[in-house]
Design a protein around this ligand. Sequence first.
Ligand code: GLN
Length: 454
Amino acid sequence: TEACLKAVDAADTLNAFVHKTPEIALQQAKAADARLAAGDAPAMCGLPVGIKDLFCTKGVASQAASRILEGFKPEYESTVTSKLFDAGSVMLGKLNMDEFAMGSSNETSVYGNAVNPWKVDDRQLTPGGSSGGSASAVAADLCLAATGTDTGGSIRQPCAFTGTVGIKPTYGRVSRWGIVAFASSLDQAGPMTKTVRDSAIMLGAMAGHDPKDSTSADLAVPDFEAMLTGDIRGKKIGIPKEYRLDGTPDEIVKLWDDGTAMLKDAGAQIVDISLPHTKYALPAYYVIAPAEASSNLARYDGVRYGRRAKLAAGDGITEMYEKTRAEGFGHEVQRRVMVGTYVLSAGFYDAYYNRARRVRALIKRDFDLAFEAGVDAILTPATPSAAFGLGEMSDEDPVKMYLNDVFTVTVNLAGLPGVSVPTGLDAQGLPLGLQLIGRPWEEGDLLNTAYALE
Ligand code: GLN
């Protein structure tokens, strides 16, 4: 813990940790020592971790990287962080992210972007988003692991950009209680780590039924680590042709082919599959996620949490809402709230929101049919490119940024588990990742396949 605290202090230029909690860390480390001395060694005992700023941590600033939550210190602990603490984890602090987890580059954060520890010459790169601080901190060895959340790719894309491993569990596997909500039907928390084994261990500590989250599944949590045998003989791996997009760089295509060959060499059976509704996933996601966000973010009214704008004499409640929300939310968040309220409005609800929901059901059915045909896991690229430069995607062209999520959003729409594993480097020496998508509730099997790829 002391070594990690030092590393965190020495890495301020990465802007990964946005609130440091050394006193809590040292106190938790002492408690972990005492547990170990008493012969009690829970899974995460004494392991220093970082926590994404989206998780409510009792008495510790939890701002979702937004100005509107300035000064907010929750009275309670999220289920995930309290499970991690029960399992012996040590919290070093809170990690940078895109504001309310909306973004793919960490550049919408009120704290400014986190930086990728990987670089080419002097070009500064994004660690990805929204869990950019988590990815940066793990890749730079500031902590042993970090929590992330993934609504459309926010664990998997930053992992791919930083050479780390992360899993978005099946929807319902991990409790959302105490995690600031973005799009409730898509959000899931998961681990971001150096290795597949670490992800298996940490997922085990984070997962489990929680009566406080009505969407959390009442299922036993298997010993994911024990399932890592590396034996994938006879497993059927699907390669979906719709993910072979025009314009995908050759190095990504090669990475995918190499990964396919590796699984085949390990004894898996490779089959070509079709997921015909894939091309509608991104537009459906960018209707459904903003719709849910606009509703979730209605609670930031300047009364109950965080920051209230300065009011002028004569301002009433409407001015208070307007000024607080105009000052408190950044551009991307405002854009999502506007898109969301538009697609939910009486005149456009059927044309956009309902249509997107129907498309979502078709996307899920594509996966169901593949799994019913015996496919155990699906292999795809995690991202369409390696990490891009900071400032390269402008706020004026949000769709360019949204295209980053083309391979990841399908998994959230279908509620499936998806893991991102680093499997190669591009011509410039930057990490690239592949994605494996699994059957619902079979994270153990999925991690084992990822283990064979690692
Ligand atoms: N990049 C996607 C978005 O901006 C996904 C974000 C996430 O998974 N939290 O919505």
